[in-house]
Write a protein that binds this ligand. Structure first.
Ligand code: PBG
Length: 324
């Protein structure tokens, strides 16, 4: 008998030794900030279900993105809230649509210091709130929607997006967007595919921020069933075959197994979206003093990285970057 020879505690003794042997490190380089920009408002509007997050004006967005670039963030992803919505989401691919205007402004503001990504979807722009064009019976018409996504991608590329990020979960969306971009001289614009996006109850606060809750029904006929893990690998394989440059899993914390499986299955970069509900839960507990919000945010995002994500879209990006 005697003491065990392996003593893992030796490597936990001081902060320096812990730092030396850390397996997963969190850096500002791993963080992407999702940002909302709304048409037709004079002042930024706070989002009650997402304390600390705003619907930006074009001007406040410029300021925020400059501050994020100064903090060293590598990228932002933009979501637009248009003043007017219609059945086909015309604002999404209008050259003067809210995101296109923002992309031009931001390129002017930060040049190439920061990667500008644009979410490619229709739900923020349609009056019914679904992610595609509807058939007469109210289903989302997959193939009619693909044409819209390709057109949105071209409009975003023309306005200066480095990366377009299709989030609508239509079959064939990555291939259709790749063809649209290549056919219009934008072969240098990359695709970040929301490949395994689940029909999650954690998107509620985002739907407040982007004003995009579906007016009827839900998204379960296009987003994935939360119980399905293997199916994520099918979705990912299809997206890679169609030309996705980066693959994303969404949400993050309840799907760490999926992130790990996807990381093992592909060689392209893997992203994860730490979504609005995940943010809201931490903030709600933190404002009550029940948890240390900064520490939990860091622990959560570190766990998402440990599971295999190369970078994380998180509403905590600025807070984490400011902590250094
Ligand atoms: C759809 C979209 C959603 C989110 C990102 N893109 C909402 C949805 O699918 O209903 C959610 C992100 C979040 O909750 O932070 N365009």
């Amino acid at each position: 008998m005697g003491f065990p020879e392996q003593r893992p505690r030796r490597l936990r003794r001081t902060a320096a030794v812990r730092r030396l042997v850390a397996e997963t490190r969190l850096s500002v380089d791993d963080l992407v900030a999702p940002l909302f920009v709304k048409e037709g408002i004079e002042e930024p509007q706070p989002i009650p279900s997402m304390p600390g997050v705003m619907q930006h004006t074009q001007e406040s967005l410029r300021k925020e993105v400059r501050a994020l670039a100064d903090l060293g963030l590598p990228g932002v992803i933009l979501f637009g809230v248009p003043a007017r919505k219609d059945a086909v989401g015309s604002g999404a691919d209008d050259a003067d649509g809210v995101v296109q205007v923002a992309l031009r402004n931001l390129r002017d503001e930060v040049g190439d210091r920061l990667v500008l990504m644009a979410d490619n979807c229709l739900d923020e722009y349609t009056d019914h709130g679904h992610c595609g064009i509807l058939t007469e019976s109210g289903d989302v018409d997959n193939d009619a929607t693909l044409e819209r996504y390709a057109s949105i991608a071209v409009a975003q590329a023309e306005a200066g997006a480095d990366i377009v990020a299709p989030s609508g979960m239509m079959d064939g969306q990555v291939g259709a967007i790749r063809a649209g971009l290549d056919g219009s001289g934008h072969s240098g614009v990359a695709i970040l595919a929301y490949a395994a996006k689940y029909a999650s109850a954690l998107y509620g606060p985002f739907r407040d921020a982007a004003e995009c809750a579906p007016k009827f029904g839900d998204r379960r006929a296009y987003q994935m069933d939360p119980g399905n893990g293997r199916e994520a690998l099918t979705e990912v394989a299809l997206d890679v075959a169609e030309g996705a440059d980066i693959i994303m899993v969404k949400p993050a914390l309840a799907y760490l197994d999926v992130i790990a499986a996807v990381r093992a299955a592909v060689d392209v970069p893997v992203a994860a979206y730490h979504v609005s509900g995940e943010y809201a839960m931490v903030q709600a507990a933190a404002v009550n003093g029940w948890i240390d919000g900064d520490a939990v945010a860091r622990e959560h995002v570190t766990a998402i990285r440990r599971a295999g994500a190369d970078f994380v879209l998180t509403y905590f990006a600025r807070q984490l970057a400011e902590q250094g």
